[in-house]
Design a protein around this ligand. Structure first.
Ligand SMILES: *Cc1c(COP(=O)(O)O)cnc(C)c1O
Length: 301
C-alpha cells in the first residue's frame, strides 16, 4: 500500500525556499494510526502461521497501539487482549474513547497497576498471563519488534528518493528504523522523539546499521503526551492553513519541530523535506477533556 504525499504551502517555507511534503499515512484509517497498521501487518501473518487465535498486547489508556491492535485483530479474525496500565480504569474505562473503541472491536481488557505494568516483560509475569489467558501471540507495547520494522520499511516508495530529508515522529523508534532501512543512504533521516529519554538511540541501533540519521530531542514538550498552549495553538493553526489535522502526542510535535528548524535556518535553501504523518488522530477525543481540566485551549476536531 503506497500513500500519496501532500505538498504544504506556508509563507515561512517560501521565504526560506524549503519544500515540505507530508505523507498522509493518517489517511489509511480514521481511528487506526497508519504506522501501527504497518507494524501489525507481518505480525498478523506470523500469528496466523503459528496458528494462534489470540493477540495480546500492552498499552496506556490512550494508546494508539491498543486501538490499532483491537481493530486489526477483529478485521483478521483474531481475539484480542489488552493489558492496560492503571487498575483505576477498571470501573472507569467507559469514559475513555480509546478503550471504548477497542472494546467495540471485541478487545478484552486486563487492567494492572503501574507497578505491575513496569514488570510486564518479566518471564514470571508473562507466564502468569499464559496461565490466565491460554496461548497468545505477544505484541510488545508500542508494537515494535523486527517484524514491525519490516512493515514500516514499506512506508517509503521510489518517488520519495527525490527528498533530501525525511522526518518522522518517534515513540519506540520502530517506525523510524523502518524508514532508515528503506531510505537511500544519501538521504538524511530526522527523528523527533515524543518523549524524554536517552535510551532511544540504542533501541534504534538494534534495528538499523546505517548512520545517516539523527534525533532532534528538543521538541518533546516535557514528555510523553505532555502539551502546552503553544503546541495546541500550533496544531489548530496548521489545520486551518493546510487542512491537515495533526495529533498532540506525535505528529504535532514533529511538525512544530520541523518548522522551528526551518525558522532557525537548520536546512539549506532548496532542501526538499518529506514528513511522515503517522496518524494518531484517534487520540484527540481523549485529549480534549484533559486539556479542559488544565484550562488549556481545545483541539479543533
Ligand atoms: C506510535 C506512534 C508513533 C511512534 O512510533 P514508534 O514506532 O513507536 O516510534 C508515531 N506517531 C503516531 C501517530 C503513533 O501512533
Amino acid at each position: 500500500m503506497k500513500i500519496a504525499n501532500q505538498q504544504v504551502y506556508l509563507p515561512l517555507l517560501s521565504k526560506k525556499r524549503i519544500e515540505l511534503a507530508i505523507k498522509r499515512e493518517d489517511l489509511i484509517h480514521p481511528f487506526v494510526s497508519g504506522n501501527k497498521f504497518r507494524k501489525l501487518t507481518y505480525n498478523l501473518i506470523e500469528a496466523k502461521n503459528r496458528k494462534v487465535d489470540t493477540l495480546l498486547t500492552f498499552g496506556g489508556a490512550y494508546s494508539n497501539h491498543i486501538a490499532a491492535t483491537a481493530f486489526a485483530a477483529k478485521a483478521n479474525g483474531f481475539k484480542s487482549i489488552g493489558v492496560v496500565r492503571g487498575d483505576e480504569l477498571e470501573d472507569n474505562w467507559e469514559n475513555n474513547p480509546t478503550l471504548c473503541f477497542a472494546h467495540e472491536q471485541g478487545m478484552r481488557f486486563y487492567f494492572i497497576s503501574r507497578e505491575l505494568y513496569r514488570a510486564r516483560s518479566n518471564a514470571s509475569f508473562l507466564k502468569g498471563l499464559q496461565e490466565k489467558f491460554g496461548a497468545f501471540y505477544l505484541i510488545p507495547e508500542g508494537g515494535t519488534n523486527p517484524l514491525a520494522v519490516k512493515g514500516c520499511e514499506e512506508i517509503l516508495s521510489d518517488g520519495d528518493r527525490r527528498f533530501q530529508v525525511i522526518c518522522c515522529a518517534v515513540g519506540t523508534g520502530g517506525t523510524l528504523s523502518g524508514i532508515i532501512n528503506a531510505a537511500d543512504t544519501r538521504q538524511h533521516i530526522l527523528g523527533f522523539p515524543a518523549l524524554k529519554g536517552d535510551f532511544l538511540k540504542e533501541d534504534i541501533r538494534k534495528f538499523v546499521h546505517r548512520t545517516n540519521w539523527e534525533l532532534q530531542t528538543g521538541y518533546h514538550f516535557g514528555g510523553y503526551a505532555k502539551v502546552d498552549e503553544s503546541l495546541i495553538n500550533f496544531i489548530n493553526d496548521f489545520k486551518k492553513r493546510t487542512q491537515i489535522p495533526l495529533d498532540p502526542v506525535y505528529t504535532g510535535k514533529m511538525l512544530f519541530g520541523i518548522l522551528d528548524l526551518v525558522k532557525k535556518d537548520f536546512f539549506l535553501p532548496d532542501t526538499k523535506i518529506l514528513a511522515i504523518h503517522t496518524g494518531g488522530l484517534q487520540g484527540i477525543a481523549g485529549m480534549n477533556p484533559v486539556l479542559k481540566k488544565k484550562n488549556l485551549p481545545q483541539l479543533d476536531l
